[in-house]
Design a protein around this ligand. Structure first.
Ligand SMILES: Nc1ncnc2c1ncn2[C@@H]1O[C@H](COP(=O)(O)OP(=O)(O)OP(=O)(O)O)[C@@H](O)[C@H]1O
Length: 290
């Protein structure tokens, strides 16, 4: 079992932005969802975990080793899957993986060949192995990204906003792949898409303003809202009045009618009960704790 333990981690950038404020998290094998709006501090947290920036205070350990003191210890077990590689070279998938495998220090050609063959098969790109990566579709690029992240048998994979730009079918296929690989390793998925976390992650945290506002199992967090989520259709003009009376956690315009969802302990007059979902957890936490 792999473990990342984060204790009272704080990071302030030179411009005074408090990107991380006393973050505490415990992450083990499986998929961990880091959910938060833009600017919440997700990238800052991941960059700090992998040793790209030093925090002002706090501790991070990976499998019991202090990785702020020795970032290379974690880096040797790390695979990274960025949102987009940006530039796709005009060389084949196989050649590019071979190049990346050399950079990761896999020196023996036979070992590279064996790993690359296995990984291309795993991400279902064997048939396209001699095609230029530059010609791949978005979904194929993302699957290629998983293959390169898995080179060298990492114990942690960090995935940043992976499904941006994928169509629903590709997204599904990609998510299933992530699910498979997270069985024996830690996969941290940073995203603002509640749906991806709900479908994939056994554990999650919600961040905003550099703080962890909630963490736990998605199902548990949802269960805490049972019997407290209500909705109703209202006239657009009445929204302010409702906002003063209730804790509105979402507003939606459906076919030109306003639907509001509120958090209330007791049944509010005229509202229908709703089965809570992770969206409600997310918006409720952002509203009350930000
Ligand atoms: N190098 C930097 N110097 C100064 N401020 C920064 C730097 N990087 C990020 N920030 C600020 O720190 C805060 C957290 O940013 P961060 O990129 O960690 O958030 P995020 O949750 O990853 O957002 P996104 O999803 O948009 O990437 C933001 O207010 C951001 O503007």
């Amino acid at each position: 079992m792999n473990t990342i333990s984060i204790h009272d981690l704080s990071l302030t950038y030179k411009n005074g932005v408090k990107a991380l404020q006393e973050v505490n998290l415990h992450i083990t094998n499986g998929m961990f969802g880091l959910l938060g709006p833009n600017g919440a501090g997700k990238s800052s947290l991941m960059k700090t975990i992998v040793g790209l920036q030093r925090p002002q205070s706090g501790q991070i350990s990976f499998n019991g080793k202090d990785v702020i003191q020795d970032p290379r210890y974690l880096q040797q077990y790390l695979g990274f899957l960025p949102q987009d590689f940006g530039v796709y070279p005009k060389i084949s998938a196989w050649q590019l993986l071979d190049h990346l495998a050399r950079l990761k220090g896999i020196v023996h050609a036979s070992e590279r060949k064996q790993q690359i063959g296995y990984l291309l098969d795993r991400v279902n790109l064997t048939a396209q192995r001699y095609k230029e990566v530059a010609t791949f579709s978005g979904g194929m690029r993302q699957r290629f990204g998983v293959a390169q992240a898995l080179l060298g048998n990492p114990r942690i994979i960090i995935v940043d906003e992976p499904t941006a730009g994928l169509d629903p079918e590709e997204r599904n296929r990609f998510n299933m792949l992530l699910n498979e690989i997270s069985e024996d390793i830690i996969v941290i998925l940073s995203t603002h898409l509640v749906e991806d976390v709900r479908h994939l992650c056994a554990e999650m945290a919600i961040m905003n303003n550099g703080m962890v506002l909630a963490h736990g199992k998605p199902g548990q967090l949802i269960q805490e809202l049972a019997g407290r989520i209500w909705s109703r259709e209202i006239a657009l003009a009445d929204i302010e009045q409702y906002a003063q009376q209730y804790r509105i956690i979402s507003r939606q315009l459906i076919a030109r009618r306003m639907h509001i969802t509120v958090y209330e302990q007791d049944t509010p007059a005229g509202f229908q009960p709703l089965t809570p979902a992770l969206e409600h957890v997310y918006f409720n936490v952002l509203q009350t704790k930000s």
